[in-house]
Design a protein around this ligand. Structure first.
Ligand code: ADP
Ligand code: MG
Length: 703
């Protein structure tokens, strides 16, 4: 069927690009025009269709201008009321006309009435509809009828063969695809409408399953494809790595050893590693990253270590510089604030292969930085970058796709990945291994779906000697008591953080609040040495402040959420989060993880101000009751849904439209198993399925 250009542009607004998109444009709800209800049998609040003759029609002015008609059938009279109406409607509803009206009856001013019912004139024997009437999500200027017409055309014209092999479909007891979509668009009168609306009808199950299956297939195909790509074999020679382990003031925990073996084994294979290293805040991921870098280096390759904020990148730089110095390895620091001359010098050392390890923020690895022989890329706090960037990064080697708009979803002080295109090619067709690290645990269903193309290692144990953090919820009215705690902790030789309120709307306001908090606290604690860290400081200033805090020269650090990720100062034992009710769960968990890193008993005070929104109350309860990051993430998923959690909604990663990761976990389990089975036993069906579901998806989701 030909589609007018104006209609096409409306379709595009609804995300409809291909004929198959029309098939998947499913109704929001249905209207039942398959039967007539007698006026006497109407139930207030229950939508129904009545049929009768207009016996009275007049424009009334009280309570306000409206068209009021009386519709009569053999059981009674119903009032129809229209607040806005056209002359044509007046004609349609003139006395003597036979009509059908569909609407929700209610007790009205004059008696039972319908306000703005859907009306149509009928003749002696106008047939009833054979199916429920779909109501589609639409956009201004695109009438339901037009949309319905095109959807029906697509349903009739497209080949909607089953892409699920018959034995699998029967084993899963799922209905066939074509009858399923047809049922959803045109349900027969006896269909269980509640099941349709709750998306629990078997036809819905089939659509959701197909969607999940497509996602699983795409991820698994990508996963398998990696074994056809080439990466340098970085074998475990255990020269440098053992050197570091010998020098460390601690022994690796069992969990660290386990993940290190997994990573080491991956590196020694000739295919690119793509591994996510998960471990709760403070579990000791950095040392594992250092070991991985050393294994690359002892094979004569370079490693790049990236972090999302400058504070964190510099902290890594300083720590690795100390750790690696005895081994004769000197990392190079790539900072946005370096003088041009120094930046050029650093880039030259990287290009010449003179330096083996480069550490910096992502934005710094720009096209101008070329590696001589890059073997490994380490990305710290990978969750800060959302799914889109990761999927982009996994694309062709490690070249990023075209810019992602906006900075949405990136925390304060975050450097955007968008305007930089790291040239992280190792040269030739070989690509570097990738190690991604994250302290924000991924709930099981998310891990199985959006991360199914990765291998995952988990550090599920904290280093010994940590004392659990005590969390306290304190009403802002008792602020004074919190001041006292800060004073006592600092005077006892320990250190404290004071995190300023998050102000989403305005960065300027956020800065102002930080400055004011600093001034106020300086007045309250004249005897303490107090520093201030926020996103607007120059890198040098930030670095200086962090170094002073780390060295114990500063006792109290007033900071914005720039310290959210990674900052590691073991002597700090008190964390105060001002206006904790404004922060998200992941953020609160990360911030709390800044303390409890030493042997001293640590405390996290969550200052909140009433009144609390329901969501804020739920969050505070969760963070108060839980310390396990996985549990917190799971509850966060329940609270917010995957879109928010992945930070992907704004960045445009196509999310699941039909399946719900909170509810459809069993279906997801099945889809994962079937995806592997299909790739193995029914590759053509797998191909056809991907083609159907992914054909017009952006490159990064295509396989
Ligand atoms: P995260 O996983 O949050 O990045 P870090 O790597 O910053 O954690 O480690 C937290 C702290 O624990 C650091 O001070 C680090 O040196 C220390 N650490 C790491 N591993 C061990 C260990 N096995 N035993 C004792 N301390 C450790
Ligand atoms: Mg870390």
């Amino acid at each position: 069927m030909k589609i007018a250009p104006a209609t096409l542009s409306k379709f595009a607004k609804l995300g409809i690009v291909t004929p198959f998109d029309l098939v998947l444009h499913l109704p929001l709800r249905y209207e039942d025009e398959t039967r007539i209800t007698r006026i006497a049998d109407l139930t207030p609040g229950v939508s129904a269709q009545v049929e009768g003759e207009i016996i009275h029609s007049e424009v009334m002015f009280r309570p306000r201008r409206s068209l009021v008609c009386q519709l009569q059938d053999d059981s009674g009279i119903l009032y129809l009321r229209f607040l806005n109406f056209y002359p044509s409607q007046q004609k349609q509803l003139a006395v003597g006309k036979k009509i059908r009206a569909l609407g929700e009856p209610r007790m009205g001013f004059f008696g039972d009435e319908m306000v703005h019912p859907k009306c149509r004139n009928t003749g002696e024997s106008t047939p009833l509809k054979q199916a429920l009437t779909p109501v589609y999500p639409t956009t201004a200027g695109l009438p339901q009828l037009t949309l319905t017409k095109h959807i029906h055309a697509a349903l009739n014209e497209l080949q909607l063969d089953d892409t699920l092999p018959e034995p699998i479909r029967q084993r899963l007891r799922l209905p066939e695809f074509e009858p399923s979509v047809k049922l959803l668009h045109q349900p027969p009168p006896d269909t269980d409408e509640d099941a349709l609306l709750a998306r629990a009808h078997p036809a819905w199950m089939r659509i959701k399953f197909d969607e999940l299956l497509a996602q699983q297939l795409s991820m698994r195909v990508h996963y398998r494809e990696r074994s056809r790509r080439v990466a340098p074999k970085l074998g475990a020679h255990n020269k440098l790595t053992d050197g570091l382990l010998k020098d460390l003031p601690f022994a690796l925990t069992g969990a660290q050893k386990k993940v290190w073996h997994e990573i080491s084994a991956d590196l020694s294979r000739p295919h690119p590693m793509q591994r996510l290293l998960q471990g709760d805040v403070g579990s000791g991921k950095t040392v594992v990253a250092a070991l991985a870098a050393l294994q690359a280096i002892e094979n004569g390759y370079q490693a790049a270590f990236m972090a999302p904020t400058e504070i964190l990148a510099e902290q890594h730089y300083l720590k690795l510089r100390d750790w690696l110095a005895p081994l004769g390895i000197e990392p190079v620091w790539l900072s946005g604030s370096l003088k041009k001359k120094d930046k050029t010098a650093a880039a030259e050392r990287i290009a010449s292969g003179d330096t083996q390890l480069a550490i910096g923020t992502h934005a710094l690895f720009q096209t101008s930085v070329e590696f001589k022989k890059l073997g490994l890329v380490i990305v710290d706090e990978q969750h800060k970058f959302g799914v889109q960037q990761r999927l982009a990064l996994r694309g062709k080697g490690t070249t990023l796709l075209p810019p992602v708009r906006g900075k949405a979803g990136m925390g304060v002080g975050m450097e955007s990945l968008t305007d930089s295109t790291p040239a992280l090619h190792g040269g030739g067709s070989s690509e570097p291994h990738q190690l991604m690290m994250s302290a924000t645990p991924i709930p099981r269903t998310l891990a199985m779906s959006y991360y199914a193309d990765l291998d995952v290692s988990v550090i599920d144990e904290l280093p010994p000697g940590r004392t659990p953090i005590v969390t306290k919820l304190v009403n802002d009215a008792r602020r004074e008591e919190v001041f006292e705690r800060v004073r006592v902790a600092c005077l006892e030789g320990r250190q404290a953080y004071w995190v300023c309120p998050l102000i989403d709307e305005s960065e300027a306001l956020q800065l102002q609040t930080a400055l004011e908090t600093h001034t106020t606290l300086t007045q309250i604690f004249p005897e303490l040495r107090i520093g201030l860290a926020h996103g607007k400081l120059s890198s040098a200033e930030k670095a200086q402040t962090m170094a002073a805090f780390k060295a114990g020269e500063l006792q109290l650090l007033v900071a914005t959420t720039v310290i959210e990720v990674g900052v590691d100062v073991p002597n700090a034992s008190l964390m105060v989060i001002d206006h904790a009710e404004r922060m998200g769960l992941a953020q609160l968990h990360q911030l709390r993880g800044r303390v409890g890193r030493g042997a001293a008993e640590s405390m996290c005070v969550l200052l909140f101000q009433n009144p609390l929104s329901e969501l804020a109350r739920a969050r505070l309860k969760i963070i108060y009751e839980n310390t396990d990051g996985f549990e917190i993430a799971q509850q966060d998923l329940r609270l917010r849904g995957p879109g928010e959690l992945l930070g992907a909604r704004q960045s445009g990663v196509p999310m699941l439209r039909f399946a719900d990761l909170g509810e459809d976990d069993k279906l997801l389990d099945k889809a994962r198993d079937i995806a592997d089975e299909m790739l193995r036993d029914f590759p053509e069906s797998a191909q056809a399925h991907l083609q159907r579901w992914m054909a017009n998806k952006p490159d990064y989701l295509r396989t």
